[in-house]
Design a binder for this molecule. Structure first.
Ligand SMILES: *Cc1c(COP(=O)(O)O)cnc(C)c1O
Length: 448
């Protein structure tokens, strides 16, 4: 099967799932926005990732939990052979609840507390340290003991920015890791490894959306070359693992998977052939590229109107689920599909329309000036490629509740089957989360 036909089949599954979700009432007047996740699409991405790396270097693939920290999704990925990269206590607990064992976790975060480090050290969880102060903290915590899990140092190769500043991890002044091109930094890193027998990995997470592959590969090569230098200097294979992070960009413009994991590995093999020769265990931490194209947000059109000659469709999906797209529409455009009230793709004459969300600020648009089949109240709008970072990273603006998320598969009988992944948050839940139990406290403080 060519990747194009796999992508087309994924699109067909999505169309079938949307129609079925409307038919079953999962999406409709009482549930005007939902998330949908294509289970087979996710598994195909995991398989493509594993295939692309080949060998001979041993590889441990982890999923970056922040891209979709939903426990059933994490469990699916654990079941498919992935590990998990976590960067907060919440992500750590989600991963453990999903069934990842300690040895399949990688703990990153630029702001790890003493308590978090103690926990990771006690359980042999792989850690990537961010800076010299954190290394000194681990010195104290270990106080001469050996670490039971791998410990790495994150480096910033400072290769520069991609197209989206906020998504560029390897700029000169990025907050992540030790900035390698700063004066004296490389020597200081080498000395840090000399003094600490427990340091045995290097970590570089260079890319992300908007970064071209050669730029990412240049960053990984810098980490590899530093590992070689450290091992040569220390006269033995002290660094045994290189964690190359994630950051493969996703094609949001059409259905295809582009670039592929195979494209990325080819670029890496050219930039740093020695990385793959088996002397290093490789660790990866992909997020967006594993899930984005398997996710869809479905929403009901509540009203349509016209303002200053512009058609506007008011839906229930806005900044609360598509935060980046709404605030940075130029960097995070989404493909939009229009379906009729029974969930069938709409045909017919196109119009130029803004797709708006429910939030009370003017910029709450998920698409603007888009040419789409005429939209009417009761229609369904789908935001494609939203499986990573969208419905899993809720923004509670206007106290809008987190929508339900369903996974789907097509059974042998050709019928779409759904499995609940997350319940919709109730309005009561929103109120409880808003200090309901503390309701009297401020008045009481005033009258005390
Ligand atoms: C966010 C993040 C990832 C995943 O990035 P994607 O662009 O989603 O692949 C991996 N590693 C670290 C350290 C991250 O912060």
């Amino acid at each position: 099967m060519t990747s194009d036909s796999a992508a087309r089949q994924r699109g067909d599954r999505r169309t079938a799932a949307l129609a079925r979700a409307v038919e079953d009432g999962l999406l409709g007047p009482h549930a005007p926005v939902i998330g949908l996740l294509d289970v087979d699409g996710v598994l195909a991405a995991v398989e493509a990732l594993h295939k692309a790396f080949g060998g001979p270097a041993p590889v441990r693939h982890t999923f970056a939990a922040k891209a979709c920290g939903l426990v059933p999704v994490l469990r699916l990925l654990a079941d498919a052979g992935m590990g998990c990269e976590v960067a907060s206590p919440g992500e750590l607990e989600q991963a453990l609840a999903a069934g990842f064992t300690y040895d399949r976790l990688v703990f990153d975060s630029p702001a790890k507390t003493v308590q978090e480090l103690e926990f990771a050290l006690a359980h042999g969880i792989a850690i990537n340290l961010d800076n010299f102060q954190e290394m000194a903290r681990v010195d104290r915590l270990l106080s001469g003991r050996e670490a039971s899990g791998p410990i790495g140092l994150r480096v910033n190769p400072q290769v520069g920015a991609g197209a989206i500043g906020a998504m560029s991890t390897a700029t000169a002044t990025s907050k992540f890791g030790v900035a390698l091109r700063d004066p004296g930094a490389v020597d200081a890193v080498i000395e840090a490894f000399e003094r600490r027998p427990w340091l045995n990995r290097l970590h570089a997470h260079v890319g992300s959306q908007g970064c071209p592959l050669p730029l990412i590969a240049e960053g990984i090569r810098a980490a590899y070359e530093l590992a070689e230098r450290i091992n040569t200097r220390l006269g033995r294979a002290r660094i045994t693992g290189i964690d190359i992070g994630g950051g493969l960009p996703v094609n949001f413009a059409d259905e295809d998977d582009r670039p592929t994991y195979a494209d990325y590995v080819a670029e890496l093999r050219e930039a740093a052939p020695g990385l793959f020769d088996g002397r290093y265990t490789l660790v990866t931490e992909f997020g967006r590229s594993l899930l984005a194209k398997s996710g869809t947000i479905g929403t009901v059109v509540e009203y349509t109107k016209s303002a200053g000659g512009r058609r506007i469709a008011v839906t229930h999906a806005g900044a609360q689920v598509a935060t980046r797209t709404v605030f940075m529409p130029g960097s995070w455009p989404l493909r939009v599909g229009v379906f009729d009230a029974s969930g069938r793709p709409k045909q017919g004459p196109a119009e130029i329309v803004d797709i708006a969300g429910p939030c009370c600020f003017a910029g709450d648009l998920t698409a603007s000036a888009r040419e789409l089949p005429a939209v009417e109240p009761g229609d369904v709008v789908a935001l494609y490629d939203t499986g990573a970072y969208y419905f899993s990273s809720h923004f509670s603006y206007n106290s809008l509740p987190r929508p339900a998320v369903y996974g789907y598969r097509t059974g042998a009988d050709g019928q779409v089957r759904f499995a609940p992944v997350r319940e919709a948050q109730s309005v009561r839940g929103v109120v409880e989360e808003s200090g309901l139990a503390q309701a009297d406290n401020l008045v009481a403080l005033r009258t005390e």
